[in-house]
Write a protein that binds this ligand. Sequence first.
Ligand code: ZN
Ligand code: ZN
Length: 432
Amino acid sequence: MPRFPVVASIALLSLLRAVPGPAAPAPKALSPDLRDFYVDLHRNPELSLHEEKTAAKVAARLRQAGFEVTTGVGGTGVVGVLKNGSGPTVMLRTELDALPVEEKTGLPYASTVRVKDDAGTEVPVMHACGHDVHMTALVGTAAEMARRKADWHGTLVFIGQPAEERIRGARAMLKDGLFTRFPKPDFVVALHDTPNLPAGQVGVTSGYALASSDSVDLTIYGKGGHGASPQTTVDPIVIAARTVLALQTIVSREKDPQDPAVVTVGSIHGGNKHNIIPDEVKLQITVRAYKKEVREHVLAAIERIAKAEALAAGAPKEPAFAVVESCPATYNDPKLTARIAATLRRTLGDANVVDVPPQMASEDFSEYGLAGVPAVQWSLGAGDPAKLKELAAAGKQPPSLHSSLFAPDRDPTIATGVEAEVAVLMDLLGKP
Ligand code: ZN
Ligand code: ZN
């Protein structure tokens, strides 16, 4: 793909910004080249841990921009390094994966992809979290930073991370030497699109921005038998029912109300017929929190309450408790957040940078900060401004991330993504 249109359009953007006067809304042109790149990614999404073709596309663009590229890092991960003299090292991250969602946006470039998932079930696939937006912004930013090499010094590390949706790609890349085989960054940055802000705007959150997430499998054991002879059994369904209610007291009774947490029992399965008391009941629980000590307390309380309810009912054995998937809370370094927010305000205008409250959703971007590097992820508005206004007037919300109807306002969202990333990197690496 020719790089010229990207360069031309961004050169034009800088020219427009150089015109003195009040802050104008960010120009929203997107080069046909980047648009094509996005549409191709959007039409061809790949599930977590299977991002081979997607990774190859990102790797090719980084090579084209002059980055030294390594593939297969932590699975399908891509690492591109562009050295440009002495100075700080800054890492920019995009995710590579899509979701098992059937796209219903009706867009001409909607995904119709269906694949077998890891369990062998045929599933639809869609970029319902907008990771295709992030990848396109990153390759646009790569080309622009390469073109403007005379204006900055230091080292860029651009990564394509697999399996964010399964909260394991960041850990896999770190384990595979992301911070040892490649230059260790002084700063790590990323953006994530949001349908709740209009395209052209960005959002920042200082400190805790996203919660930790733990998936818990809990199996409660009883003693099965005839539904008409409960005296011969220990009914695990009754134990499970008591347990589900008792778990609700962890958040309401056991922790400081100023420290948010969530305990949700998302799945409960036991038995298969009216008149049979089963041997066991299986529960799937999600736990969210910000602080490490709150998270640890909630997990320990779930295990304690489950054991106590089983003991109270005279169950034949203790419940099985296992945390099967987890990631820590995302903490945006306050000092770096303030610096990035100031840069974004200068670039996009004060009115286009808003404070976003923390959310209980989760993201494995948290791992990079925990590995000891100041890290910030900011939000990129992806909503059609007119549609958002209409919805707000009607008291409605736009389709959320992971929805089959999520459709970013393509051109202005990606253009703003590139503009914001270039501005932040130039600030962190620019010549004094
Ligand atoms: Zn997602
Ligand atoms: Zn996402």
